[in-house]
Design a protein around this ligand. Structure first.
Ligand SMILES: Nc1ncnc2c1ncn2[C@@H]1O[C@H](COP(=O)(O)OP(=O)(O)OP(=O)(O)O)[C@@H](O)[C@H]1O
Length: 207
């Protein structure tokens, strides 16, 4: 059919929306013509999901320093451990989005502030303990004691979920803690799993 004007494909698509079980709209596209004008029918489906909105406490733009992220997003969380509240700081995001970089800065700042607080609170005694583990290929590894192999998760009636035989090292001072973090960095199996090391550094502070 050389010379026959070809109707643009976009004009030949008929969309037939219908609701899917997930709440999205399934669009059935019927292309009643290929580029030669024959009557071959093509059928394609795609899922159009409804727009979802999320609420964030804070959003930092790409030019924001790690210090600012720490000060405004993590400092209070880190320091609340000193008042007996269990806290967690972790990074989640796609590959190369800056999790490791950010967690390094947050850890360094948190460690400095925690020791500063201890120094300025002479009327209380603190015991600082650190453990670090890596979860890699569904195995739990003790980063302060690689020789212990794959550790088991147990359900302790008093403490809840615990990691059996996970080493808890009592921290003497800030340099000792930095030294321990260095050991953890060197022990990890996965070069990209540094964030696990930092994410799971547990600071146990007791009066
Ligand atoms: N705020 C930042 N300023 C400058 N460089 C950064 C910043 N954040 C990340 N980078 C750089 O971007 C690269 C990727 O960052 P990073 O390794 O922290 O990402 P990731 O999310 O931990 O990646 P993966 O998921 O692969 O472990 C690194 O080279 C890091 O130095």
């Amino acid at each position: 059919m050389v010379g026959t004007p070809v109707t643009p494909a976009s004009k030949m698509i008929q969309r037939t929306p219908s609701t899917t079980p997930g709440g999205g709209t399934r669009v059935r596209e019927e292309d009643s013509s290929n580029s030669y004008g024959s009557a071959i029918k093509q059928e394609r489906t795609s899922i159009e999901r409804p727009a979802t909105s999320y609420k964030f406490d804070k959003v930092f733009d790409p030019s924001c320093s790690t210090l600012k992220v720490y000060e405004e997003g993590a400092k209070n969380v880190a320091l609340s451990a000193l008042t007996g509240i269990n806290t967690t700081i972790f990074a989640y995001g796609q590959t190369s989005s800056g999790k490791t970089y950010t967690m390094r800065g947050i850890t360094e700042n948190a460690v400095t502030d925690i020791f500063e607080h201890i120094k300025n609170t002479q009327e209380r005694a603190f015991v600082l303990k650190v453990s670090a583990l890596e979860i890699y290929n569904e195995s739990v590894i003790d980063l302060l004691n690689r020789e212990s192999g794959h550790l088991r998760l147990l359900d302790d009636p008093e403490r809840g979920i615990i990691v059996e035989k996970l080493v808890e090292e009592v921290v003497k001072d800030i340099n000792h803690l930095r030294h321990l973090i260095g050991i953890c960095e060197g022990s990890r199996l996965c070069i990209n799993s540094l964030e696990f090391c930092f994410n799971f550094v547990m600071l146990c502070i007791q009066e």
